[in-house]
Design a protein around this ligand. Sequence first.
Ligand code: HDD
Length: 699
Amino acid sequence: MPDEKPLFDPTVDTQSSNATTERPRHPGNGGETQQAPDHGAMTTAQGGVVSDNQNSLKAGARGPTLLEDFAFREKVFHFDHERIPERVVHARGYGAHGYFEATEDLSDLTMAAPLQEKGKRTPAFVRFSTVAGNKGSADVVRDVRGFAVKLYTDAGNWDIVGNNMPVFFIQDAMKFPDLVHAVKDEPDRGFPQAASAHDNFWDFISLMPESLHMIMWAMSDRAIPRSFRFMEGFGVHTYRLVNTEGKSTFVKFHWKPKLGLQSVVWDEAVKINGADPDFHRRDLWDAIQSGDFPEWELGLQIFDDEFADNFAFDILDPTKIIPEEELPIRVVGRLVLDRMVDNFFAETEQVAFCTQNVIPGIDFTNDPLLQGRNFSYLDTQIKRLGGPNFTHLPINAPRCPVLHFQQDGHMQTRGPKGRANYEPNSWTEGGPRADPKTGFRSFPEQVSGEKRKLRPESFADHYSQARLFYRSQTPVEQQHIADAITFELSKVETLAIRERVAAHLPNIDEELAARVVEGLGLAKQPKPHEPAVKPVDLPPSDALSILKNGPGAFTGRKLGLLLSDGVEAKLVEDVTAAFEGAGAVVEVIAAKVGGVTDAGGKTIEAKHQINGAPSVVFDAVAVIASDAGIADLVASHPAKGFAADAFAHAKFIGLGGAAGQLFDAAGVTGRDDGFFDLEKGAEPFVTACGKLRFWDRVA
Ligand code: HDD
């Protein structure tokens, strides 16, 4: 029996007249003052137009929902299936499109399609990630960052699945599940999230000396990058370049950021994760959306068998680098990211990187970590994306012809026509054939040996390069490494594990060991671990330090400009113009949402209210305040925190008007050379900010 009363429509204002007779055209978007856009009709996934997207079909207005409501059922079923398994590692990531451009013709060394011609552009997709945390974890955790590059080449997809560190924790893929289990949240308690500072991780590390070189990197500021834009990427393994004559040359891949290297300090990292857990993805989004496209150079370390034979370490060992000073990097191209994804799930979540995706001209070596990876990635994508047809997804589909006899399976979207689904066949339209001339052929390396579970002796020196890394750092960076190890071990509850880690450190550096032992409050240095191979002193490598490879300019960085009411607009404009002229971004912060009123009574708009914009999210800060307005800032705890933290984090600080009073109130009474009087002109401040931090303050 039909209801007699008119039905209630929740999207219609029932107070207004004719409320029940007419439906608004675009309900519920809150944009009352906007003109309703002309939306197309909503349909089900089967294409039928939906008549009502607010109410399920019911037997009577207050009756039960009817199973017959196919539009409701379809909508909820689809929702119930929206999630796919997150990546077992590198779950939290952020991707962008762009291109790779060859700046050299490398055809004498490789057939690789993107490197055949100077100026040739190859479409690219890059996904950056943290490793240990889940999909919803914070960005600025202490962790390795993934740096995975997919090149859609004319010869098929080529993936360079790298990290922002050039070495790895383990030498053999056999150990990967153990490493990952150890670093991720502990299985009984389900924490800590996105942190290596816990017993299981350090227990594993203390028992795996091969990890110690990587530990130096992971405890360094490399593990807390300021942004994806300011970090290097590395292919890690030694690969091969192969030319048309079949000649092979060894190669290591490096991505060098055009804007130089930069990291945050640990106290900032901790606070950024609270203030803006999306700090890195927001940074990439903002940069690309504003047309400030991030760019990296592709550098190659190219070497032959003779170099490999004479090098002090095994080039198949992924826990070793080849110092740039020993084998310089040759820049052969550039990678530019110029377009964000249209849809995060379809692209960033579904992109499937596989180390085995190589093209003619690129080949593997016998690095046992790489060999294991070549198995693992395809397997994980099939699981993650639900079947073998994940290559049909637009983000994974090659941009060159794809012809084969693989068929069917979940989510098959390409229905090949015709009868031939096998080969050889004798049909006229018999499909594709393998082509020995253009097809991928493995480099015919001679291999022989006993079938045994072995690790080569040449992999046995676990400390020399850890020492090289530590000793190549500036004193500030060395202190950060010692502090990081101390912090991580402070979260380890088992004394024996702390001691076992400390026992490795003298093999790396006595002073490092002493600092950590002191920080941990251990009674004495535990007896040093007996190394399998006695570590040697190697010449320090400047390329390993972040601070020695800073940008020298503030380009691409961000100034936080805190203002009070009553400021002189001219000073604000001058500072803004000077920084913007240097390619930096200026963001205004005020005590109130909306902005401040300047001395002339005009509004200067603010992007942030002080409570939501601590100084940790900026690279440098300036405060301009009037005599009348400073009291508001001095009374604000977040404003005082802004000042105190900027000082403690060695930031360059610009002061205008009465701003000094805020710093006094925050307990920062001295003025060192990291402070600048903005009224004397903004230029000296801009120039100093190119050094990014005033390290003398904390050294
Ligand atoms: Fe891995 C993901 C990098 C060793 C198995 N790895 C993954 C990603 C990066 C790396 C950047 C994320 C890709 C993306 O954004 O989707 N992995 C490395 C590097 C390694 C390394 C630089 C050492 C040099 N990985 C490694 C080993 C194994 C794996 C030894 C297994 C034996 N890695 C995987 C995986 C993942 C993965 C389980 C998880 C999600 C995925 O592949 O797509 O298959």
